[in-house]
Design a protein around this ligand. Structure first.
Ligand SMILES: Cc1cc2nc3c(=O)[nH]c(=O)nc-3n(C[C@H](O)[C@H](O)[C@H](O)COP(=O)(O)OP(=O)(O)OC[C@H]3O[C@@H](n4cnc5c(N)ncnc54)[C@H](O)[C@@H]3O)c2cc1C
Length: 457
């Protein structure tokens, strides 16, 4: 495919567009633009090479939905590409403006409209840590959050994320019922407002900001427990995975996180040397306070040794253990070894432990280090393998992913910035595509990220 064609910058009248925005706050400071045009694509040595240097022309900071509508109308009128941005913690250049244009910073749309028991309506720009701080006052919290909870927005998670702490109980974001409603603004000269409910709300899920501007979300909540962080240490990795799997399956134990990591992954965790013994695998766990006792019994039955036990602490300066898990694991490694990268491998629920053994036999620990996040998928317990890879060449990286596919493991390729290609699909999902036609007929919403979309107008 011709990369240059994909990233060709359309020409448009920036001055006329900016004038049409009226008093909507904008910023054209080159330093700010460079910063706000990036996400964490550099976790991938492939994307790092492809996306470096792509910078937007103007940052727009809407104060409210009226500002968003004004931006959407002006962008449609002057055919200006719009790349929407929350916390900017996405991993595949999801909020990099590959065709230039403007960056729409949604973080000021952060009001909590209401909380009715276990349902919340909140502005898309609100940070997830701040949501939990509010809803916990009423005994509830988000069902799941990424390990970037303290920096990422709920809108960015819904549009760009997939799962996180909590998914061991509730599954991924895309499970029906995990996003209950979304308010979306179309990019048209007269923007329309869509209130999506129920299964329709999933149309914005993992669309990488290509399907309109989300201004508010309705999210289901879970009971807020007092969580306890544990590290359970094991002599070998397969024992750690077996314990993790049984804990994940133990329906009576209330947990939020079950993360087996092979040695030497823990060596990369800053300031944690005392809790991860040399040469030993570990499982990082978040369990409800009242479920600690059965969790410890299960650990003892698997010859696991508890090396860390503290209430989960999210106060400023503290380090909750979830910040060692999901893609934080890769981040800590990258700070020490620049040649590390990662996989996103969804293991099948059937024969899970056999698949773990199969992959262990195929790769040397010098090349692939196993890291799992247990999560439910379509009602069954399985795990995402966010394995660490010692990068050598792009060809070898692709071969490693193919070897997983040949074992029946689904790969969501994190080294690609096209929506369809990341999942290995020939074309974008029908629901996503038909909704995009509604909300982005001109093809100006995060353009360049959905390869198979042909603008209707
Ligand atoms: C260290 C690290 C750990 C991570 N851990 C996890 C994890 O555990 N689970 C997980 O799923 N992901 C994880 N991620 C990826 C990312 O952090 C999450 O997906 C996060 O929720 C993104 O939120 P954000 O506000 O930073 O979104 P951004 O990066 O700002 O945006 C993400 C995508 O959503 C779009 N978008 C943002 N706001 C809106 C809006 N209002 N309307 C429409 N589109 C919008 C953007 O255009 C972009 O395509 C991790 C990333 C890093 C760097």
């Amino acid at each position: 495919m011709n990369l240059a064609a994909k990233v060709a910058k359309p020409s448009y009248d920036l001055a006329a567009f900016t004038a049409a925005l009226g008093d909507v706050p904008v910023d054209d400071d080159p330093k700010v633009l460079t910063k706000k045009s990036r996400d964490f694509f550099w976790f991938s040595p492939v994307l790092k090479h492809q996306l470096e240097g792509k910078v937007g022309d103007l940052l727009i900071e809407p104060r409210d939905e009226a500002d968003v509508i004004r931006v959407a109308a002006a962008a449609a009128r002057y055919r200006v590409p719009v790349t929407i941005r929350g916390g900017g913690t996405g991993n595949y250049g999801q909020c990099v403006p590959v065709q230039g244009g403007v960056i729409l910073d949604m973080t000021a749309l952060d009001a909590i409209a209401w909380q009715k028991g276990a349902l919340l309506r909140v502005g898309a720009g609100r940070k997830m840590s701040e949501i939990d701080a509010e809803t916990r006052k009423h005994g509830f919290e988000l069902r799941m959050h990424p390990s970037t909870k303290r920096t990422a927005s709920i809108g960015g998670f819904a549009a760009g994320g997939s799962a996180g702490a909590g998914s061991v109980t509730y599954g991924g974001l895309r499970e029906l019922g995990n996003i209950m409603g979304a308010r979306v603004i179309s990019l048209e000269e007269t923007p329309r407002v869509f209130e999506l409910k129920g299964d329709a709300a999933l149309k914005i899920c993992h669309g990488w900001g290509t399907t309109g501007i989300i201004t508010a979300l309705e999210m289901p909540l879970a009971p807020a427990f007092d969580w306890v962080d544990l590290v359970v240490s094991f002599g070998d990795f397969i024992s750690a995975v077996r314990f993790g799997y049984e804990l994940a399956l133990a329906d009576g134990i209330v947990k939020k996180l079950v993360t087996p990591v092979a040695w030497p992954i823990p060596r990369y965790f800053p300031g944690m040397g005392a809790y991860f013994a040399d040469g030993r695998a570990a499982v990082i766990v978040m369990v409800a306070e009242h479920s600690v006792a059965p969790c410890l019994s299960l650990a003892a039955a698997h010859n696991g040794e508890i090396t860390y036990r503290r209430p989960t602490d999210e106060s400023t300066g503290a380090h909750p253990l979830y910040e060692l898990t999901w893609n934080h694991t890769t981040m800590h490694a990258l700070k020490i070894d620049k040649d590390i990268t990662y996989l996103q491998a969804m293991y099948p629920a059937a024969d899970f432990l056999e698949k773990v053994a199969e992959i262990s036999a195929l790769f040397s620990p010098d090349e692939l280090l196993q890291h799992f996040e247990f999560m439910r998928h379509a009602g069954r317990q399985t795990a995402a393998g966010i394995h660490m890879i010692k990068f050598t060449t792009e060809a070898r990286l692709n071969e490693i992913m193919d070897m997983h596919r040949r074992c029946g493991i689904f790969i969501a390729d994190p080294h690609i910035w096209m929506l369809e290609d990341s999942a290995g699909y020939k074309s974008a999902d029908t629901d996503l595509m038909s909704f995009k036609r509604e909300v982005d007929p001109l093809g100006i919403c995060n353009p360049g990220k959905m390869r198979t979309y042909v603008p209707a107008r």
